[in-house]
Design a protein around this ligand. Structure first.
Ligand code: GLA
Length: 361
């Protein structure tokens, strides 16, 4: 087969989920954006091996072009898993050699692993002239996460990375995969403040929450969380009731938040974020004291709303503030947090940005 030997460059952004947390793996609703930070992979085709060097991640790492051979370690597990999933999908086993660089803080809840999976997947597709639709690729990368590190994640992170669109959020139904873009009003400033508590989801109760939720769905006899009637919750015991109540109410909050963005009603948007945090903390039990403190400090600093971001158990909070104050509000939260906890890092402003792409040199 013909291989285009020109070097190429892939960009795969991280994501910030505006709302809809722990809803994706039960066919619920999410509203993420792709952000302006992410992973760049520059490479050229090679014969049988994938060789990647990286300043930030360590390496170089080499895995077989079809993902076979001995089990890789560290970040190379993701590369190997993506290559193996693509081989299962029929991609010819053509390798590549290149470099990876990232400006995404790992463990901060901005989906560095999904960005890595998508970057590698797009690069491997490019060298083999192999094409998949963005959502097929997102599903393939989601399976790669499970294959690489055993995390049974939903499609949120990979879909956001691939479907991202400048200045717009993606309202995605994780069951039908139907989606539409919702403009983020220019007055909405989005700030990320990191708790400094790093974690990778493989070492948290993420998988346990997912199985608790699936158990609760079986008890009410429904497959998709968007189909659960609130009255059904009353029949359940405490834990299944709270897990399901979070997801059912979070789906509703996604709808309300999207409507608030469309009508530029920032007060409602902020209140809905606050409700989401409480529900993640009290019903889903995925918060930690550091994230609760950041949410409190956000209110003191004049934010419109704040909540924990992503899977929880560490990582960052998302804060919304009026765009003209966002930097000041973010800095105030980060400074107060540093004084209280002695950890953390600078607040980071993020904006809805284009999704992953691949270009030839
Ligand atoms: C992680 C997972 C996602 C999603 C979120 C919680 O980011 O990778 O699939 O479940 O947690 O919303």
């Amino acid at each position: 087969m013909h291989v285009d030997a020109r070097p190429f460059s892939v960009w795969a952004p991280g994501r910030v989920n505006l709302i809809g947390e722990h809803t994706d793996y039960s066919g619920g609703l999410v509203l993420p954006i792709a952000i302006q930070y992410g992973i760049r992979l520059e490479a050229a085709p090679a014969e049988h091996w994938i060789t990647l060097e990286s300043e930030g991640f360590g390496g170089p790492e080499t895995v077989a072009a079809d993902g076979g051979g001995p089990r890789a370690l560290g970040w190379a597990r993701y590369v190997q898993a993506v290559a193996a999933e693509l081989a299962d999908a029929g991609r010819p086993a053509i390798g590549l050699a290149g470099t990876i660089s990232s400006d995404l803080p790992p463990g901060a809840g901005l989906s560095s692993s999904a960005a890595l999976e998508v970057a590698v997947a797009l690069a491997l597709c490019a060298v083999a002239d192999f094409e998949l639709e963005p959502l097929e690729l997102a599903l393939l990368c989601q399976r790669s996460e499970l294959r690489a590190v055993g995390v049974p994640c939903g499609i949120l992170d990979q879909a956001a990375c691939l479907l991202g669109s400048g200045e717009r959020a993606i309202l995605l139904d994780c069951d039908s995969l139907e989606h539409r873009l919702i403009p983020v009003p220019p007055d909405v400033g989005l700030v990320i403040v990191d708790s400094g508590v790093t974690r990778s989801l493989e070492n948290t109760a993420y998988a346990e929450r997912r199985s608790e939720l699936e158990h609760a769905l079986r008890l009410v006899g429904v497959a998709r969380s968007t189909d659960v009637e609130t009255a059904a919750l009353e029949r359940l015991d405490d834990i299944p009731m709270r897990r399901l109540r979070h997801v059912v109410s979070e789906n509703e909050r996604v709808r309300r938040f999207a409507a608030a963005l469309e009508t530029e009603d920032l007060v409602t948007a902020g209140a809905v974020l606050g409700e989401s945090h409480k529900s993640l903390r009290d019903d889903y039990n995925v918060s930690i004291p550091e994230l609760d403190l950041l949410v409190e400090l956000a209110a003191d600093a004049g934010a419109i709303g704040a909540r924990l971001l992503g899977g929880g158990f560490g990582g960052s909070v998302l804060v919304i503030a009026h765009a003209s104050h966002a930097k000041r509000v973010g800095d105030a939260i980060a400074n107060r947090y540093r004084q209280r906890v002695g950890a953390g890092s600078d607040a980071v402003l993020v904006r809805a940005s284009p999704g992953a792409s691949c270009s030839r040199a």
